[in-house]
Write a protein that binds this ligand. Structure first.
Ligand SMILES: *[C@@H]1O[C@H](CO)[C@@H](O)[C@H](O)[C@H]1NC(C)=O
Ligand SMILES: *[C@@H]1O[C@H](CO)[C@@H](O)[C@H](O)[C@H]1NC(C)=O
Ligand SMILES: *[C@@H]1O[C@H](CO)[C@@H](O)[C@H](O)[C@H]1NC(C)=O
Ligand SMILES: *[C@@H]1O[C@H](CO)[C@@H](O)[C@H](O)[C@H]1NC(C)=O
Ligand SMILES: *[C@@H]1O[C@H](CO)[C@@H](O)[C@H](O)[C@H]1NC(C)=O
Ligand SMILES: *[C@@H]1O[C@H](CO)[C@@H](O)[C@H](O)[C@H]1NC(C)=O
Length: 355
């Protein structure tokens, strides 16, 4: 719960960070990467981002806003759920997982029944509310699916342990996972609902990124039920820790984060693992500031892209070294095949990058 109120309170300060303060570090291979900004005609903040291809992507954000494009972002349809009798200003979507151009699940955050999950199977024409939190001590942050049916949604610790909800039917029904196999959380430890990637499913494994306590940690599991945890070397505090963890196979992972109150803090904000998350090593050259999201570029080996409120960066060596990308202040990033990355953030900012 501690995770989100500060994010909201400080959003103004957080998003005023100048992009110009980050010098470019062009590499011989990629001289001038720049995000191509797309018009969404909205001011919502999109921390939820789910491209399903080079052309089709879903966005979920503040003011209960959900958008979808099927033409590479040239135009966006507003397919926000109808919240009859409720104030949509109070519903903030923070994550979306899309399985196709028609099927997706969205998660809203907040205390009590503001934490919810909705699902559509008709491209957003209709939405079914498939989960409403009724535990005052739970606060849901993010979701991940290992395939089009099986997913987990993660809440900040309840009675000292991260809480998980599980679905086996693409988000139509959800059930609490027993916390017996979950290690104890540290005092103050929580996830960051910043980019929908505080829980990750990859290559048959599951991961959770944490902060709020020192150090930021990464949990790992082979089945979503039995978990182990490792310290990262990303320092943690109420506003700091690991914000996003991604793996490209069962061994190689990257985790990014930092302190969202220090958007340009550029040390100890990115780590990498080559042993499935058992140990984490610091990058040699760090991203240019706090980073809330990271994504591997499918089919491009060790290439990954990270984004944050002070800029974005690319690595060509699995997270050992990072290089700045132009025009890139965002909250979330997701890359798909053919070297296409999508990014989204505050003020309706959405962009695409072709590598
Ligand atoms: C990048 O930012 C500069 C300065 O704000 C702007 O002039 C330019 O159009 C942007 N480029 C893209 C591709 O968005
Ligand atoms: C942008 O949104 C406004 C208000 O909803 C609408 O009137 C306008 O037509 C939209 N413009 C575009 C280009 O979609
Ligand atoms: C949410 O909607 C309200 C009312 O339309 C608007 O004033 C506000 O700017 C919107 N906020 C965001 C973050 O989109
Ligand atoms: C919705 O909530 C916002 C934020 O608390 C408030 O400013 C606005 O007046 C509310 N709108 C309605 C129709 O109650
Ligand atoms: C959420 O709680 C409020 C306040 O108790 C109530 O008015 C509202 O109907 C509830 N909404 C849902 C979806 O449970
Ligand atoms: C992880 O960090 C905690 C807190 O600093 C420390 O007590 C613990 O010994 C560390 N664990 C390992 C395996 O380094």
């Amino acid at each position: 719960m501690t995770r989100l109120s500060p994010l909201l309170a400080l959003s103004a300060a957080l998003y005023s960070a100048p992009t110009a303060s980050l010098p470019g570090h062009p590499t011989p291979n990629q001289p001038s990467l720049t995000w191509n900004l797309l018009a969404t005609n909205t001011t919502a903040q999109f921390r939820g981002l789910a491209p399903v291809s080079q052309t089709t992507a879903w966005l979920a954000g503040t003011n209960a806003t959900v958008l979808r494009t099927t033409n590479s972002g040239a135009t966006w349809s507003n397919i926000s759920p109808t919240l009859s009798g409720e104030n949509s200003t109070l519903i903030q979507f923070r994550d979306v997982e899309a399985f196709s151009a028609t099927e997706a699940v969205i998660l809203s955050i907040g205390e009590g029944n503001a934490s919810r999950i909705y699902r559509t199977a008709d491209a957003g024409l209709t939405w079914a509310r498939t989960f409403v939190n009724n535990d005052p001590s739970a606060f849901y942050d993010c979701m991940a699916f290992e395939n089009a049916k099986h997913g987990l949604a993660m809440s900040d610790p309840v009675q000292g342990k991260f809480r998980l909800l599980e679905t086996w039917d693409a988000g139509a029904t959800w059930a609490l996972v027993s916390d017996k196999g979950m290690p104890a959380a540290l005092t103050g430890e929580a996830g960051f609902a910043a980019s929908g990637t505080c829980i990750e499913a990859a290559a048959g494994r599951w991961y959770i990124a944490s902060g709020g306590a020192d150090p930021g940690r990464v949990f790992r599991s082979h089945d979503g039920r039995h978990w182990k945890v490792a310290n990262s070397s990303v320092p943690g505090s109420a506003a700091a820790g690991v914000f996003s963890v991604r793996f490209r196979d069962q061994k190689n992972g990257i985790a990014v984060g930092g302190d969202y109150e220090k958007p340009t803090g550029n040390t100890d904000n990115a780590v990498w693992s080559k042993d499935g998350g058992k140990t984490w090593l610091k990058a040699k050259t760090f991203p240019g500031g706090y980073r809330s999201g990271v994504s591997w570029v499918p089919g491009r080996g060790q290439v990954a892209v990270a984004v944050g409120t002070s800029g974005s960066d690319i690595t060509y060596d699995g997270g050992r070294n990072w290089h700045a990308i132009g025009n890139g202040t965002f909250d979330a990033v997701e890359c798909v095949s053919k070297g296409v990355c999508w990014a989204s953030g505050s003020g309706g900012r959405v962009a695409r990058l072709e590598l």
